[in-house]
Ligand binder design. Structure first.
Ligand code: NAP
Ligand code: F7E
Length: 370
């Protein structure tokens, strides 16, 4: 039975990747850092997943975890991943998102250099994009402390592959979203806001730059590409993207229209949510992944928007309360209605019995960049 270790197991991608690998017969261990609050809501529905404690800022913990779990594959998904916060915490972001990759590679080199390694690189490394669309050969020009930290992680991955022969791949993933996306990211902030407005729980939605363009895919599709990279005969870097770009405004329009509302009646543009430096246009060329991995996205943009809005309506109890039909999946969840919302993965996955729906996952604090 192949063994995988996933860092960032409590995050969006960690939960989808764990599901994917468990379904393929892997023995999966997730690395989680110590937290004073419950943050397992994305993975509580999974059976057969083991958790170990460790932190990307603590090399000793990484060595110990590799030694104890002896994985064949390591997927490094852990990061301070919110671009907006990277201006508020540039040093912590660099330490976790940048140096954390080096610590993990050093631990691999020490414990077992035959481990196959996946690094979660990002389209944010293209930043002020030098070509359109962006591909593996496009020069990098990061525009945030997060982007700069990811670039370090990317190059140290390439360097350990070339210096030590480690099977290390860097997946340059463009934005991928889902009902499990953190509430601070714009797509989920919109789907959550639309659901609240539709249900009469809120009246307005404050957003920053509506003109930024992103290549948005579905996270469930993207974790398959991570796995495929580690199954190839040679380690390489791959761009993973849909090849389509849309503005934040288009996401907003579609999300409000999905519930029969006009976005112009509810959206307030707040200059405090603009970023110190913006990434204006991202669109990826994933032809290498299509050709060599046989990978292609399955969920298109309108389907993604609808999926996220429907999931938030269901989570907030709107399927029944608002008389709004969510379609065939509009049934009771295992946990039944909970105070402040119903439980569920909301994306057709199995139900999570104890989801902490009241626990908002941050959100851009007033005055900070979105
Ligand atoms: P996410 O939901 O923000 O999850 C990040 C994970 O990292 C969480 O499990 C978090 O744990 C963990 N983490 C943070 N600091 C840590 C530390 N010091 N030690 C150990 N774990 C730590 O991110 P995601 O959307 O799943 O993204 C997964 C990875 O892909 C990230 O590296 C992200 O930067 C990268 N990426 C994402 C996208 C995208 O569009 N989603 C695109 C390109 C690249 P806590 O729960 O304790 O905070
Ligand atoms: O912003 C604009 C904002 O925070 C998208 C991370 O997963 O993908 C993600 O980074 C755009 C930006 O994601 C608000 O200015 C407008 O132009 O959803 P986001 P991101 O910065 O693209 C990359 C690939 C990663 O690697 C990252 O880890 O939306 N925007 N108004 C807003 N953004 C937010 N968050 N909030 C707003 O109110």
């Amino acid at each position: 039975m192949p063994r995988a270790l996933i860092t960032g197991i409590t995050g969006q991608d960690g939960s989808y990747l764990a599901e994917f690998l468990l379904a393929r017969g892997y023995q999966v261990t997730g690395l989680r850092r110590r937290s004073s609050t419950q943050n397992l809501h994305r993975i509580q529905h999974l059976t057969g997943l083991s958790l170990v404690e460790g932190d990307l800022t603590d090399l000793a913990s990484l060595v110990r975890v590799l030694d104890e779990t002896q994985p064949d594959e390591v997927y490094n998904l852990a990061a301070q991943s919110f671009v907006g916060s990277s201006w508020q915490q540039p040093l912590a972001t660099s330490d976790i998102t940048g140096l954390g990759v080096l610590r993990l590679l050093e631990a691999i080199r020490t414990v077992n250099p035959r481990i196959r390694f996946y690094q979660a690189s990002s389209s944010e490394m293209f930043g002020k994009a030098q070509t359109v669309p962006q591909h593996e050969g496009t020069p990098f020009y990061p525009r945030s402390p997060y982007g700069v930290a990811k670039l370090f992680g990317h190059w140290i991955t390439v360097n350990y592959r070339e210096s030590y022969g480690i099977f290390a791949c860097s997946g340059i993933l463009f934005n991928h979203e889902s009902p499990r996306r953190g509430l601070e990211f714009v797509t989920r902030k919109i789907s959550d806001g639309v659901a609240r407005i539709k249900l009469g729980l809120a009246r307005e939605l404050r957003l920053g730059n509506l003109e930024a363009r992103r290549d948005w895919g579905f996270a469930g599709d993207y974790v398959e590409a991570m796995w495929l990279m580690l199954q190839q005969p040679e380690p390489k870097d791959y761009v993973i993207a849909t090849g389509e770009t849309h503005t934040v405004r288009e996401f907003v329009e579609l999300a409000f229209a999905h519930v029969g509302l006009d976005w112009r009646d509810h959206v307030v543009v707040d200059p405090a949510l603009f970023r110190p430096a913006e990434v204006d246009l991202l669109v990826g060329d994933a032809s290498r992944a299509r050709r060599e991995l046989g990978w292609r996205p399955r969920v298109d943009f309108p389907t993604l928007v609808a999926m996220m809005v429907d999931a938030d309506l269901e989570r907030l109890g709107g399927g029944r309360r608002a008389g709004y039909s969510l379609g065939p999946d509009d049934g009771p969840t295992e946990a039944g209605p909970a105070p402040g919302g119903r439980s569920g993965t909301g994306d057709g996955g199995r139900r999570m019995p104890h989801r902490d729906d009241a626990g908002r996952e941050g959100g851009a604090p007033g005055g900070g960049p979105g």
